[in-house]
Ligand binder design. Structure first.
Ligand SMILES: Cc1ncc(COP(=O)(O)O)c(C=O)c1O
Length: 398
């Protein structure tokens, strides 16, 4: 072979790992890039609170900087923060975690999720998860060398994960079930009864449940059940929690994992080589949030609830069938009557009416036919978005 042919071949060979090449680009990112280049867009796209972090929480961090608290903390996180978190979990859910060894402070649930997957997955292990689900679930499993196994969830079943559907997909390689309720993108909350059935299955088949409970505090008229509080589940649960959503602290990048000593030790090993410790000032802010932030959370939840009712009614008035979300801050209207795919609907709505929503297909095959709207935005913007959507739907309805 001629030398220049060999060098051409070398150039073509990808230098990126097969695992990374397997990941599809986030379906959400594409829309954010489009929005960034447009003016006058009302965004129901990004899933984050429109509030700034309550000032007393930010101020605690400012004061800590003034005092010079700018060093690394212990790998696991500040001891007083872990103690406060343990008290909080015991008070909220009646589940006892030892702050020494069973809790790890992380860079948001995002890091905790990645650590959990890397700590438990051997090559080829399967992790079962609902479809649709949060965009990072599939990717973190693939990056850890595992295989995601999707279980369809349906509107008729309130988008809850059915234990029987999970059991039908268990193989010799199944390691864990990864769930996130209250759910992004559907706003579904798993009932205690359905969670009990899943827990019974996990105990019987000795499976871990990795439970992303980042939206635990954002529930409306229903109660959130913490998976590790269920009988025999503490040892089989990796509980992931955070501050981003409930305390409006997305930019602080702080969250945690709670699990058995063995699993937290494994996660801490990865964390200490890749992250060292969660940001110190964010840990100080999280401590203040846990100690003094309850009234803020209640106030924001009441406000989200008003907006939730407003947008659900508004979407139904427009003629879009809409599952009633009981948690998080998303609604997931069905757009099949327009004859468009969720991708086409979202792109056309953005171009024609300057309203940004996220196509349901970005969250998995079963998200097709729906779009995700985040209502953590002002009532005025929601009103304007709904009137633009009404015009759009009337124009395109088949
Ligand atoms: C279900 C879910 N889990 C985790 C995250 C990321 O959380 P954090 O900001 O704590 O990394 C998000 C953010 O949108 C989410 O929706």
């Amino acid at each position: 072979m001629a030398l220049d042919q060999i060098s051409q071949r070398r150039k073509r060979k990808t230098l990126v790992s097969q695992r990374v090449n397997r990941l599809s680009p986030s379906g959400i990112r594409k829309f954010f890039d489009l929005i960034a280049s447009m003016e006058g867009v009302i965004s129901l796209g990004v899933g984050e609170p429109d509030y700034a972090t309550p000032w007393h929480i930010s101020e605690a961090a400012v004061r800590s900087l003034e005092k010079g608290y700018t060093m690394y903390t212990s790998n696991s996180g500040m001891p007083e923060l872990r103690r406060e978190l343990a008290l909080n979990l015991a008070k909220e859910y009646g589940v006892e975690y030892n702050p020494e060894g069973e809790l790890l402070m992380t860079v948001g649930v995002s890091e905790a999720l990645d650590l959990a997957m890397r700590a438990i997955i051997n090559p080829g292990d399967e992790v079962i998860m609902p479809d649709p689900c949060y965009v990072a679930y599939e990717s973190t499993v693939i990056l850890a060398g595992g295989e995601p196994v999707k279980v369809p969830t349906r509107w008729e079943n309130n988008f809850e994960l059915e234990a029987a559907d999970v059991e039908a997909r268990i193989t010799g390689k199944t390691k864990a079930v990864l769930i996130g309720y209250p759910a992004n993108p559907t706003g579904a909350v798993m009932s205690r009864e359905k969670l009990l059935a899943l827990a019974e299955l996990a105990v019987r088949r000795r499976l871990l449940i990795v439970s992303d409970e980042i939206y635990a505090r954002l529930v409306y008229g229903v109660t959130h059940t913490c998976v590790s509080s269920l009988p025999e589940m503490k040892d089989l649960t990796i509980l992931l929690g955070g501050f981003s959503k409930a305390y409006a602290m997305t930019g602080w990048r702080i969250g945690y994992a709670a699990a058995t000593r063995e699993i937290i030790a494994a996660m801490t090993k990865i964390h200490q080589y890749t992250i060292m410790s969660a940001p110190t000032m964010a840990q100080v802010a999280a401590l203040e949030a846990l100690k003094e932030g309850e009234a803020d959370v209640r106030e924001m939840v009441e406000d989200y609830n008003r907006r939730r009712q407003f947008i659900v009614n508004g979407l139904r008035d427009i003629g879009l069938a809409c599952f009633e979300p009981k948690g998080a801050f998303y609604v997931f209207p069905c757009i099949t009557d327009t004859g468009m795919t969720s991708d086409e609907f979202s792109e056309k709505l953005l171009m024609e009416e300057k309203v940004a929503v996220v196509p349901g297909s970005a969250f998995g095959k079963c998200g097709e036919g729906f779009v995700r709207c985040c209502y953590a935005t002002s009532l005025e913007d929601l009103e304007e978005a709904l009137s633009r959507m009404k015009r759009f739907v009337n124009k395109h309805k088949k």
